[in-house]
Design a protein around this ligand. Structure first.
Ligand code: NDP
Ligand code: MG
Length: 367
């Protein structure tokens, strides 16, 4: 039985709170040795009182990234959970890999932006990248022990977000309050807006491409409003494996921590009689352009996924501040992508430069 000594970057967020819950639930298997917050000192202090041995760091301010890198490379840690919203977790994630630590990734943005670099570094160092995003954790479970040549398609499930049934004409009037009401998951603001535009699923398509080393054409999306089937893998014999659980991020977080083992917990089992039915429907790709934009970015590769991600981050922040409309999020992303000349085979420097360029370009377009 292995006990994991875990650093949580972004310990005060939605994923961070769930990760601390997992640590309380399976203390024999998970010990928290470090935690960061960006600016919420009070919440971090409270978390520190709960796990007194853990080193704490605040990541806002000029030396913020260095503090994150210090935590990510703590000698006593063997697993670093990246639960920072946006791309702020990229440097600490690479530092953790260089220090020989496994990483558990919730921050899909870093895999969208620099998936090739992160996965390549992990392969070179022989460390594991464990997916925490529920869809990818599900696929990871379905793929275990399988031959990659036997896989035909990865099928990501999507809740469809709060506007799944809204007529396209009404989307122009969507307010942040409406977008922040997710039908099935309770998450941070940025990912909740991403779920409403379907950019979350678009980012997840690219995330899957890198995590599982499959081309974009074999990554598909199906809407499943109950969020009980977390994703599926179809094999060459047309047989499909799916992973199911109650809608709670503690499930994928725990599996990332205890992998490759399973341990009992206090999480609720599924009650199939109560569920009664599971629905599936095709996504509205014409009304929600995020999926096609993501497919385009993922197929082109190079710096384009970083550009999509950066423009989206800027546009979501503007939407949350009520500086732009809901459709302006994907309109801005598309414009910035069209103006970008993707650099093929881009290294980390070119990716970071594209990220900076796209943020500036999106800001110009929005303001
Ligand atoms: P939250 O907004 O709830 O939390 C974000 C965390 O990151 C907080 O601890 C915050 O600190 C910290 N943080 C914010 N900005 C920065 C920064 N620039 N540098 C360093 N730290 C920062 O987000 P979520 O927990 O919802 O999401 C975290 C990541 O996990 C995202 O990438 C998201 O896409 C992904 N994810 C989330 C899921 C969920 O259920 N929430 C599901 C699947 C993936 P502070 O509190 O001080 O601001
Ligand atoms: Mg997800």
């Amino acid at each position: 039985m292995r006990k994991r000594r875990v650093v949580i970057l972004g310990a005060t967020g939605s994923i961070g709170v769930s990760a601390r819950k997992v640590a309380r639930d399976i203390p024999d298997r998970m010990e928290i040795v470090g935690m960061s917050a960006h600016s919420n000192e009070e919440k971090l202090r409270e978390a520190g009182q709960e796990f007194p041995g853990a080193k704490l760091a605040i990541s806002s301010g000029p030396e913020g990234v260095e503090r994150l890198v210090e935590l990510a490379t703590l000698p006593e840690a063997d697993l670093v959970l990246i639960a920072i919203v946006g791309t702020g977790g990229l440097r600490p994630a690479l530092a953790a890999i260089e220090a020989g630590k496994d990483i558990a990734v919730a921050s899909k943005e870093i895999l969208v932006m620099a998936g090739e670099a992160v996965m390549g570094a992990a392969r070179r160092k022989g460390v594991k990248v464990l997916p925490v995003d529920s869809e990818h954790n599900a696929i990871f479970q379905c793929l275990e022990g399988r031959n990659s040549g036997d896989v035909r398609r990865l099928i990501l499930t999507a809740s469809g977000g709060p506007f799944r049934k809204w007529p396209v004409a009404s989307l122009a009037g969507v307010t942040p309050e409406q977008a922040l009401k997710h039908p099935t998951w309770n998450m941070g603001a940025k990912i909740t807006v991403d779920s409403a535009t379907l950019f979350n699923k678009g980012l997840e398509m690219i995330e899957a491409r890198w995590l599982f080393d499959v081309e974009m054409a074999r990554v598909e999306v199906i809407v499943h409003p109950q969020s009980i089937v977390h994703s599926m893998v179809e094999f060459i014999d047309s047989s499909v494996l799916a992973q199911l659980s109650v809608t709670d991020m503690c499930f994928p977080i725990q599996y990332a921590v205890t992998w490759p083992e399973r341990v009992p917990n206090t999480l609720p089992p599924l009650d199939f009689a109560k569920l009664a039915k599971l629905d599936f429907e095709a996504p509205r790709v014409d009304d929600f352009p995020a999926l096609q934009l993501a497919r385009w970015a993922g197929e082109t590769g190079g710096t384009l996924p970083a550009v999509l991600n950066a423009a989206n981050e800027v546009a979501v922040a503007a939407f949350l501040r009520k500086s732009c409309s809901f459709p302006a999020i994907w309109e801005t992303v598309e414009q910035v992508m069209r103006q970008h000349r993707s650099v093929a085979g881009a290294g980390l420097d070119a990716i970071l430069a594209a990220d900076t360029w796209a943020r500036a370009r999106a800001t110009e377009l929005l303001f």
